[in-house]
Design a protein around this ligand. Structure first.
Ligand code: PHB
Length: 356
């Protein structure tokens, strides 16, 4: 089957076309430093063709969720290096997902001196868990000045460099699901009047500058991008505007020659989006990874029909560390148990068994 064939990802040899999607697990210290059980967790899953490690902030301003990881200081480099060493010793390959939460967070989860920021001072609807205050409304973000936009782009670049120092094989910029670059793309979160707001070209600018600057810093073959046209984050957006936005994005992305482009929809079936995914496939010239509740069969279909080059599996990798072997041998999958997706400690992280 095609999914089990090796794949040459711009010079990086993957043992299969199955990626482990980036999955929020929130096990870090209060200071957003990775902990030892995360080394076991990722090493157990090293038989994935490619692991994409959980969304990790490039900035103290971007750790909006309690206990999510960051990569902006030396202590974090040291702990992430232990993770990549373990994965490499198990013959795996691992990218880091760089995820700045922007307005999706709460001040109580940020280090002292940091601030919740966004393209405009428009709060995200809903509530978020905090360290000390229980569930709280999302903090209203501070609108970034032009200088702060530039500084934030530089934080991504520094993080990309630190990711190389930490031994990652590459990085994936999180441009999806309502986090910072997505906040710049969407009109409902971006009402800026300067060169980063207004027209589609202006709203794409932040994302494209982040990706371009990271390519310049570490090489385009080590930089990937995740986007999510028509995900839950886009409910307040105009459908034709979104279609035009993501269509327009493809020419500048083609010019960047990335490792791969990753499309995600978080497993919610919205038919319109599949037309757009097909359109993106036609317009985008590089490697395309799809993610969204695939089974072995639907993944194989997508590869056979040339709708994708790589398939990412998310939630099944949480409860099945040996997912690739299970799929290969048609062994049953262990059930998803949401109870421990976001809790502290080993339970639900490292205590899932391999098949016997
Ligand atoms: C989450 O933590 O809920 C989360 C993080 C990243 C995503 C989606 C959801 O892309």
């Amino acid at each position: 089957m095609k999914i089990f064939e090796p794949f040459n990802l711009k010079g990086l040899s993957l043992t299969s076309k199955i990626a482990m999607a980036p999955l929020t697990r929130r096990r870090c210290t209060r200071e957003h430093v990775p902990v030892a059980i995360m080394q076991d967790y990722y090493a157990q899953r090293a038989s994935a063709g490619l692991i994409i490690a959980e969304g990790t902030s490039p900035s103290p301003n971007g750790v909006g969720y309690a206990n999510m990881p960051g990569l902006y200081n030396q202590e974090q480099v040291v702990e992430w290096k232990k993770v990549t060493d373990r994965v490499h010793r198990a013959a795996g390959k691992i990218f880091l997902q760089i995820m700045h939460t922007g307005r999706v967070g709460h001040l109580n989860n940020l280090p002292i001196g940091a601030q919740v920021i966004g393209p405009s001072a428009i709060g995200q609807n809903g509530e978020v868990a905090t360290y000390d205050l229980g569930k709280q409304l999302y903090s209203v973000p501070k609108e970034l000045t032009l200088q702060e936009v530039e500084d934030t782009i530089q934080e991504y670049v520094t993080c990309a460099i630190l990711a190389m120092e930490s031994g990652f094989d590459g990085i994936e910029i999180h441009g999806a699901h309502g986090y910072l670059p997505n906040q710049f793309l969407n009109l409902s979160s971006n009402q800026r009047k300067d060169s980063y707001g207004g027209s589609r070209e202006n709203r794409m600018r932040f994302l494209l500058e982040v990706v371009k600057c990271c390519c310049d810093a570490i090489g385009s073959s080590k930089v990937a991008l995740r986007i999510s046209p028509f995900s839950y984050a886009d409910v307040n957006e105009d459908e034709s505007e979104l279609t035009a936005l993501y269509t327009d994005l493809m020419a500048p992305l083609n010019a960047l020659n990335l490792s791969y482009l990753h499309l995600s929809h978080m497993g919610e079936p919205l038919p319109v989006k599949f037309n757009l995914w097909g359109k993106i496939r036609d317009l985008y010239s590089g490697n395309l990874m799809l993610c969204g509740d695939f089974s072995k069969e639907s993944a194989e279909d997508a590869l056979q029909n040339k709708n994708a080059d790589l398939i990412a599996f998310g939630r099944d990798f949480i409860s099945n560390p040996d997912l690739v072997e299970r799929l290969k041998n048609n062994w049953p999958l262990q059930e998803r148990d949401r109870t421990y997706w976001y809790t502290i400690g080993e339970k639900g992280l490292t205590d899932y068994s391999t098949y016997e």
